[in-house]
Ligand binder design. Structure first.
Ligand SMILES: Nc1nc2c(ncn2[C@@H]2O[C@H](COP(=O)(O)OP(=O)(O)OP(=O)(O)O)[C@@H](O)[C@H]2O)c(=O)[nH]1
Length: 376
């Protein structure tokens, strides 16, 4: 490559970094370009330069430049000046990003792009900028956390988490927004830039998978995993409210012979029937699950421990009050055994209470079935 001084002495008088090029080939350049000449991104941008055009290019160090090109007719070449990108150039670049973005200072929007306006159903970018605060988008539920995050960002320059939160569009719809926040310098002062992605579909899928992971598909009740993961918290909450607690295990008698005599589909219907009956017989405060093949567990508050046996008896009778009739009209007498225990405040653990209820159930089975046994 010839040096600028040899062929185009005027190039060295230019205060900016300057290149003379033809169809992407650099003919000469002035000082100060250094490693930039090996930058593939820059070279391919030069190939696309049109006379009078300004192009934005990010070099491999992440620095944004504005390329300003003019034709040099006598050499059939193009003179391109590399100007440090101005604030407006940065705005121009991000205004067209497909990712929704808002720059704000204490939630007052300073800059945003069309993708953000579209995502939240604003008519225009200027409508977003007229907002005094993004609070209405964030929503009251997340507002305290949003403020805390802002303070953390201003203090540490970054937030070590990517959040997914429900946000509110101006047309009243809600969306699951994934937020990536960072601090940048905006008009000489720090501001927060938030990138927003709509992950509503993915979140709905995650919620669906979570529900599936905790639900028994046959009865629609919670499954064993849900029961054991929620029991501890359930007991703690009820204890905090001063409630006593009972655990009831319910197991169908001779269920194997129902399957053997009438087939598994009828057995399935029996389980569904029991699940429905249980839902109807217990109040909404109960934690109810199918924890095994033909075994159900019920954890529920009771007003007083003296009522334990009476409560269990009432549930048993209410469940049995509606006879089982299969889809094909087959009526079967279904009996079940019940083991009950109480939660002993302060001295109990979940495995201990479960073991007692299981022992009570075992006793009910061994004493002839179709009965309730309590261990206090
Ligand atoms: N139809 C159907 N059967 C199931 C399901 N899960 C487990 N089972 C059956 O439930 C039966 C349980 O049998 P056992 O454990 O011997 O209990 P049981 O016959 O009820 O006897 P006792 O509990 O002692 O009264 C087995 O035959 C399992 O195949 C299910 O989802 N659907």
């Amino acid at each position: 490559m010839q040096s600028a001084a040899d062929t185009n002495p005027w190039m060295s008088w230019l205060p900016e970094k300057a290149l003379l090029h033809r169809r992407g080939q650099i003919l000469s350049h002035n000082l100060g370009l250094g490693g930039l000449l090996e930058d593939a991104n820059l070279l391919s941008s030069l190939g696309r330069c049109q006379s009078g055009e300004r192009q934005l290019v990010v070099d491999r160090d992440g620095v944004l430049w504005c390329l300003s090109s003019q034709a040099v007719p006598e050499q059939e070449a193009m003179l391109t000046l590399m100007l440090p990108a101005a604030h407006q150039d940065l705005q121009q670049l991000i205004a067209h990003l497909p990712t929704a973005l808002v720059v704000h200072r204490w939630f007052k929007p300073l800059f945003t792009n069309q993708a953000f306006a579209d995502l939240f159903h604003f008519d225009s970018v200027s409508e977003v900028l007229e907002l005094d605060s993004l609070r209405s988008i964030i929503g009251e539920e997340h507002w305290p956390m949003a403020q805390e995050n802002y303070r953390t960002l201003m203090k540490h320059g970054r937030l070590d988490k990517i959040q997914v939160e429900e946000h509110h569009a101006v047309n009243g719809t809600r969306l699951q927004a994934q937020l990536v926040d960072f601090v940048l310098n905006w008009d000489g002062e720090p501001a927060v830039c938030t990138l927003v992605s709509n992950v509503s579909t993915q979140q709905a899928k995650i919620e669906q998978y979570k529900r599936m992971a905790f639900t028994d598909p046959l009865t629609g009740l919670g499954n064993r995993r849900r029961f054991f993961e929620h029991s501890e918290g359930f007991i703690q909450r009820s204890a905090a409210q001063g409630s006593s607690m009972m655990l009831l295990l319910l197991d169908v008698d001779h269920f194997k012979s129902i399957n053997d005599q009438h087939g598994h589909p009828v057995g399935d219907e029996v389980l569904q029937h029991l699940g429905n009956r249980l839902v109807q017989c217990v109040d909404s405060e109960a934690l109810l699950a199918r924890i095994g093949g033909e075994e159900f567990a019920l954890l529920m508050p009771v007003p007083a421990m003296s009522l334990l046996a009476e409560r269990a008896e009432r549930i048993k009778q209410e469940i049995g009050a509606e006879p089982f009739v299969s889809y094909h009209g087959l009526q079967l007498p279904i009996t079940f055994s019940v083991g009950v225990t109480r939660w002993r405040p302060g001295e109990d653990s979940l495995p201990a209470i479960y073991r007692r209820a299981d022992n009570a159930l075992y006793r009910a089975k061994s004493m002839g079935r179709d009965r309730i046994e309590c261990i206090y």
